[in-house]
Structure formats: C-alpha cells, structure tokens
Design a protein. Structure first.
Length: 256
C-alpha cells in the first residue's frame, strides 16, 4: 500500500513538472532583430537597457534604440555636438539614474532623454588617438572609460571629467590599453599589451600585477578580453581561449 502511494506521489510530481515544462515551452520564444528590422549594422558591439525600458544597440555604423516594436537610429552629424561623436559605437552602459552612456572611436556621450539629444565629452588631450574609447563602465556615481593610453572618469552628477596616465614602463607608440573592468570592490583592472594593472580609486594608485604581466610578455595572445570578479579574486578570459583566476589575498594566479 505504501509503495503504491509513493509511486502515485512520484508520478504526480513528474507529471506536474512535465506539464509545466510544456507550458513554458509554449510561452518561450526568441525574437530576431536584424538589419531587416532597421539595425544599422550586423556587428552589434554592446546592448543595454535605459531607465525608461528602451533597449540600445551599439553597432559599427551607429546607435539604435528599440522600443519593442520599432527601431530609432542615431548617427553622427558633422559639426553637431548634440549627435553621437562617431558612428563606430564600441560599448554602452546605463548609470544608476537610467542614463545611457556610449563609447565611440571619437569620445563618449550620454543621452539626454528630456531634450532627445546627446551630450559629448572628450579627453583634454585633443590628439585623435586619445579620443578612441574602447570600453566604458559604471561604478556608483562614476563613469569610467579607457582611451588608447588613459584611464578617465566622469562624475554622472557633476559631469566633471578626470584622466589618469597609465604608467607604461616604456613610453612608445606601441603601448596601449587593451581592456578594462571594475570588480565588486570598485577596483579597476587594466590589461595593456604588456602589463596588467590594478587601479585603486581610493588611493589613486596603479599597481602592476606582475604574476600576470610575465605571462603577457611571453605570449601576446594572453590579452584579457573578459573579466568576472568574486569575493576572493577575479577571473580572466583571454583572446586565445584560456581562463585564469587571480586570488587577492595570496597574489597568486591559477590557470583553469
């Protein structure tokens, strides 16, 4: 009797899960949005959602905003500072106030939804190479971004901009910042084409992570393309498919 009751209970549970899975399958579907729908380019570099619920797509040929039905396109207009700085949009981020910020090959900008236009920001260094912004991140009220050889930030409230020169040991034209990320403690990680640095926003100091710099110097394919931080350390994913974990407390690096 007990065995029959147990079998009945198990059978009921299984049938319930099957029914739920089938119902979920009916409700779940993918929607494809492409150049046929108005996306400006097949290369989508970043996606974010603003405070009003719109989705934004960064492409190699402009910026797109999607409202769930239609796409609005934004492109650079020469001599118009209220347009996007450049059509090659490389990264996007949304700040704590729901404002969208974008990184382009010629500076960054934020979207002013009230006036339906963009506000452009540029490095004080007017050399075109230093306007090339490859990554942009947000932490608290600060918007952090990297140019070819600078780490910069903008206060999203005051809109004050600051830039910090990365301490490349060898100052030559071949030195550049490859990627950036911010860990859960607000520390900024910078991978250059020869060194890995950590920037402490509290002390305003750069620290070289020598255990990883040694790897980069031996193999240029070890450039970091993606990061993920946990409570004990930070994970690195490289352009050639390798994964490392750096432990804060012991200053050690392990390849996975």
């Amino acid at each position: 009797m007990r065995q029959r009751l147990l079998c009945l209970i198990i059978s009921t549970i299984i049938n319930t899960f099957v029914c739920q899975a089938q119902q979920l399958g009916k409700l779940s579907h993918f929607t494809s949005i492409s150049t046929a729908n108005g996306v400006l380019n097949t290369a989508v570099n970043a996606i974010t959602q603003d405070g009003e619920g719109y989705y934004w797509f960064a492409t190699d040929n402009g910026l797109c905003r999607y409202d769930g039905a239609q796409i609005t396109k934004f492109k650079n207009k020469p001599n118009d500072s209220t347009s996007i700085p450049n059509n090659k949009v490389l990264d996007l981020v949304t700040d704590s106030n729901g404002v969208v910020w974008l990184a382009t090959e010629k500076g960054i900008a934020s979207f002013d939804s009230e006036h339906n236009h963009f506000i452009q920001y540029h490095s004080k260094n007017k050399n075109n190479i230093n306007q090339h912004v490859t990554a942009i991140k947000v932490f608290d009220t600060m918007i952090w971004y990297i140019t070819t050889n600078e780490l910069c930030c903008i206060n999203s409230i005051t809109r004050k901009t600051q830039c910090f020169q990365v301490p490349f040991p060898l100052l030559n034209n071949n030195q550049y910042i490859y990627s950036m990320d911010i860990d859960k403690q607000g520390r900024i990680w910078l991978c250059t084409n020869g060194f890995l640095y950590n920037y402490d926003t509290k002390t305003a100091k750069f620290t070289e992570i020598s255990v990883y710099s040694a790897i980069i110097k031996k193999n240029k394919d070890q450039f970091i393309s993606t990061y993920y931080s946990d409570l004990k350390g930070i994970w690195f994913g490289t352009v050639n498919g390798k994964v490392y974990h750096y432990t804060f407390s012991t200053n050690t690096l392990d390849q996975i």
